[in-house]
Design a protein around this ligand. Structure first.
Ligand SMILES: *Cc1c(COP(=O)(O)O)cnc(C)c1O
Length: 492
């Protein structure tokens, strides 16, 4: 199957490309991205025949429906990485929290956040495609804390790919920083910046669009690529667990095959929710998708009013930092799917120029057919963490935002909800420990022990071991020096 451009064609870029091309060069004409030209459809027997197939088999059969141009042996190797999750037979446990609320836990991989679900296999696939073409790629990533560790973990020691990861020094949790600075591989470079996440992101965008930088790389025979969620190579792997979670509810006899469910997704860049949307369009019985946000509630306003409004808003730092995002890149693929390329181009240009666009009533109705949304303040989120803990469920502040949407977005209370847990408690332990004990706990090391004791859970080795690992990535610099630092890394 081929991939086509969300903003139409400019006569320069190819208007239709294969999956492997889309993952190497994810940007299309007029600043758009690539989307599947049509979505495969599940036939009647698909769900029935996959109720008892494991995660890898389900994944392989879904990738086959997309007709990806990747060798079967590469796919098998990539999917075998799910064997490194806590329980290889069940990499995505689905846990009943209330009678009609099930939480699908997407954080049981090596870096304890949902980014591993896609980045683990994606890293293997991208490196294999680059090797096959005998091309070298530089992947630049700016991270506020979860993408960085997951990208470093998946690409370390892989051939034909080098990764430079920029993080705001002092702007991540201790655990997140240690996950990055203890990664020791010669194809990885981690750079701390004096500044905040926006500074790191701005520096990255500058490099990605700099002709001089591209030329310097070209002289070294290196191409630039991106591992963020505009890359369809990530989205495809984020479609699978929505289907798996649904089948898990069938296995647990919470629903019968064919019953509809609500999906409830803590959202930032909308990659996770987009995967759920595609699963629905392919035929998964979904009644509606509920989009949970934190106080950065641009998405809630968009879905409830049709207005995407970035005028006079700035990012509010919250206890769920992975969702502190205003411009959700993957909304573009929803617009494209519902409204077509011409209208998508028009709306995205308006957003660039005026920081605002508004859907017509008919367009908004299409969005609201499948999406509803609400946002959750930090205080509300902490209350949900406490409430869930009282019934024996420990969760992170991102997951907590779903509990608000669960309460407010369901029109039909007889339908069960699958909410997604996107990070383990270990990545955001100080705020959770403070909430559960009523005392201020500042440091991750102390908070991890407090929660482990109080909840009678073990700190997983991937996290506990971080504190005794050697720090191999020591670079912390001013943002003016980033380019120089990257070039000297590439030379080494
Ligand atoms: C990345 C991330 C999100 C947001 O996911 P999107 O696909 O960008 O919407 C939510 N929670 C956590 C913990 C994350 O790491």
């Amino acid at each position: 199957m081929n991939f086509i451009e969300t903003r139409g064609n400019d006569g320069q870029k190819p208007s239709s490309i294969t999956f492997s091309q889309a993952i190497l060069s994810p940007m299309s004409s007029f600043g758009g991205v690539y989307s599947p030209e049509r979505l495969p459809q599940f036939d009647e027997g698909f769900f029935k025949s996959h109720v008892n197939s494991g995660y890898k088999k389900l994944a392989k059969d879904i990738l086959a429906l997309f007709e990806v141009d990747i060798a079967e042996s590469v796919i098998d190797d990539a999917l075998s990485l799910y064997d490194n999750f806590d329980d290889p037979r069940n990499p995505v446990p689905v846990v009943k929290v209330y009678d009609d609320l099930y939480v699908s836990e997407l954080y049981h991989g090596p870096t304890r956040a949902f980014k591993d679900m896609a980045l683990q296999p994606f890293g293997k696939v991208l490196s294999a495609v680059a090797q096959e073409r005998n091309e070298k790629y530089l992947i630049l990533a700016a991270t506020s804390g979860d993408t960085g560790p997951a990208a470093l973990e998946t690409f370390k020691n892989r051939d034909n790919v080098q990764v430079v990861c920029l993080y705001p020094d002092g702007g991540t949790s201790d655990v997140q920083r240690l996950q990055m600075v203890t990664e020791d591989a010669k194809n990885l470079k981690v750079i701390g910046i004096h500044g905040d996440f926006d500074d790191a992101q701005t520096a990255l965008k500058h490099l990605l669009t700099s002709e001089a930088f591209a030329k310097t790389l070209q002289e070294k025979d290196i191409s630039l690529s991106a591992a963020n969620s505009v890359n369809f190579g990530r989205i495809i792997f984020q479609t699978i667990y929505h289907i798996y979670s649904y089948l898990e509810l069938v296995r647990q006899q919470a629903i019968a095959l064919g019953d509809k469910v609500y999906l409830n997704v803590p959202s930032g860049n909308f990659g996770n929710a987009l995967g759920g949307y595609y699963a629905y369009k392919m035929g998964l019985p979904v009644k509606q998708i509920h989009i949970a946000s934190n106080s950065n509630n641009v998405l809630t306003k968009f879905i409830t009013t049709g207005k995407y409004d970035l005028r006079n808003v700035s990012v509010i730092p919250t206890t769920s930092p992975a969702m502190d995002i205003l411009k959700s890149s993957n909304i573009e693929r929803i617009l494209f799917d519902l409204l077509g390329a011409e209208r998508t181009k028009e709306l995205m240009l308006q957003l660039d120029n005026d920081k605002f666009y508004e859907l017509s009533a008919a367009e908004l109705a299409k969005v609201q057919m499948i999406f509803a949304a609400d946002f959750c303040t930090d205080q509300e989120g902490l209350d949900y963490i406490k409430q869930a803990f009282e019934v024996g469920y420990l969760m992170c502040p991102h997951t907590a935002t779903c509990f608000k949407a669960y309460e407010t977005c369901r029109a039909d209370k007889s339908i069960k909800t699958i909410a997604y847990s996107t990070a383990e408690w270990t990545k955001f332990s100080p705020v959770i420990a403070s909430t559960l004990t009523g005392k201020v706990v500042k440091h991750d090391r102390e908070a991890l022990d407090i929660i482990a004791k109080k909840a009678n859970v073990k700190i997983p080795a991937q996290i506990a071991d971080l504190f005794s690992k050697e720090i191999s990535q020591k670079t912390v610099i001013d943002k003016e020096d980033i380019e120089k630092e990257i070039l000297s890394f590439l030379k080494a």
